[in-house]
Write a protein that binds this ligand. Structure first.
Ligand code: AMP
Ligand code: ZN
Ligand code: FE
Ligand code: FE
Length: 297
C-alpha cells in the first residue's frame, strides 16, 4: 500500500461516529403518555450515556422547555420534537417533527386545538364505557394525564385503578384498542398539512415506525408530500425492516432516524437508549436544515 505521510498526529483525528456518541430520538414524557417527567427523562438519558435525546410527545410540545432546563445540569442535548397523529387514505401514520420551534404561535395554537379535541374524545369514550357498566369519572383520567395531552393510556390506567380490568393491556384489548367497543378515533391531521406545519415551524418531518402497518405505497406518497426522513431504528423493527426502510430512505434521498419510543417504563422491559442512533444522525439533520430551511419559511 502506498502509505501517505500523516498531516496530523492520530490524536487530532476526527473521532469515529461511535466516539461522537449516541442519540435516542423518540421519547415521551408526562406531557403525553410517558410515565416520567421531562427532567426525569433527561436524567435517565445521562445515566444511559446518551449525548442527545429528542422529546417527541404525542401532539404536544409543552414539555420541551422543562427538558431544556434540566439538560443544562445534565449536559445532554435536547432536540425539540413532536409526534403528530396523521391520517393518509384511511391509514394512521405517526409523523415525528425534529428541531421545531416550540414557541411558534402556529404550533402552539395547533397543539391547544388538539388538546381540546382529545378532551372531547375522552368524553365520548367515557360515555361508551358507562353504557357498558364501567363508569369512570373524567377527573380520574385527567389526573393521570396531568398537564399534557390526554389519551387512551390514561384511560387504561384509570380503568386498572377502578378495578374494571386486571392490567393496562387488558384495558386496550377489551375496550380501548381500534375495533374494540369503547374505541373512538382521534382527530388527525392530513399528511400534507402535518409536513407543512413542521416545515413552517422550522423543523423536519419523519415517518415514525412505518413497520407498524404503514404500507410502502403510503410512504412513497409521503415522500412526494415532502417528508424528510424515515424512522428506521425502532423497537418494533427487526433487522429486515430496518434494512428495508434504510434502503427506501437511500433510494429517495431521505434522512434516517431512530429511537426507543420510550414511555418511561410503561412498555414492558423498555429502557431509554436501548434503541439509538449515532450522534451523526443529529448532525445530518442540522446540516440538512441549515440548507433547506430557508426554502420552506
Ligand atoms: P391515543 O393517542 O390516545 O390514541 O393513544 C395512543 C397510545 O396508546 C399509543 O402511543 C400507545 O402507547 C398506546 N396504545 C395504542 N394501542 C395500544 C394497544 N393495543 N395496547 C397497548 N397500548 C396501546
Ligand atoms: Zn405513546
Ligand atoms: Fe407512535
Ligand atoms: Fe411514540
Amino acid at each position: 500500500m502506498n502509505e501517505q505521510p500523516q498531516e496530523k498526529p492520530p490524536s487530532s483525528m476526527k473521532p469515529t461516529t461511535v466516539e461522537r456518541g449516541w442519540a435516542d430520538l423518540h421519547t415521551h414524557t408526562t406531557y403525553s403518555d410517558g410515565l416520567l417527567s421531562p427532567p426525569e427523562v433527561v436524567s435517565q438519558a445521562k445515566a444511559a450515556n446518551l449525548r442527545a435525546i429528542a422529546i417527541t410527545d404525542h401532539d404536544e410540545i409543552s414539555g420541551i422547555d422543562a427538558a431544556l432546563n434540566a439538560a443544562k445540569a445534565f449536559d445532554v442535548e435536547i432536540v425539540s420534537g413532536v409526534e403528530l397523529s396523521v391520517t393518509h387514505k384511511g391509514i394512521d401514520v405517526h409523523v415525528l417533527g425534529y428541531f421545531v420551534d416550540h414557541h411558534n404561535p402556529k404550533l402552539i395554537a395547533f397543539v391547544k386545538d388538539f388538546q381540546q379535541e382529545r378532551r372531547l374524545r375522552l368524553d365520548r369514550i367515557l360515555a361508551k364505557l358507562e353504557v357498558m357498566g364501567k363508569p369512570l369519572s373524567r377527573e380520574s383520567v385527567l389526573i393521570k394525564a396531568g398537564a399534557g395531552s390526554v389519551g387512551r393510556p390514561h384511560i387504561a390506567d384509570a380503568m386498572v385503578d377502578a378495578g374494571f380490568v386486571e392490567s393496562y393491556y387488558d384495558a386496550f384489548n377489551q375496550y380501548l384498542a381500534d375495533g374494540r367497543p369503547a374505541y373512538v378515533p382521534k382527530k388527525k391531521l392530513a399528511a400534507a398539512d402535518a409536513i407543512k406545519l413542521l416545515h413552517d415551524t422550522g423543523g423536519l418531518a419523519a415517518i415514525a415506525h412505518p413497520g407498524l402497518d404503514v404500507p410502502d405505497e403510503i410512504i412513497l406518497e409521503m415522500v412526494h408530500a415532502g417528508i424528510d426522513a424515515i424512522e428506521t431504528v425502532h423497537p418494533r423493527h427487526g433487522d429486515a425492516r430496518r434494512q428495508h426502510y434504510s434502503s427506501l430512505a437511500e433510494a429517495h434521498g431521505l434522512l434516517t432516524t431512530g429511537g426507543s419510543d420510550f414511555h418511561g417504563g410503561r412498555k414492558i422491559n423498555e429502557r431509554l437508549g436501548d434503541f439509538r442512533v449515532t450522534y451523526e444522525v443529529v448532525e445530518k439533520m442540522k446540516n440538512y436544515l441549515s440548507k433547506v430551511r430557508t426554502t420552506w419559511v
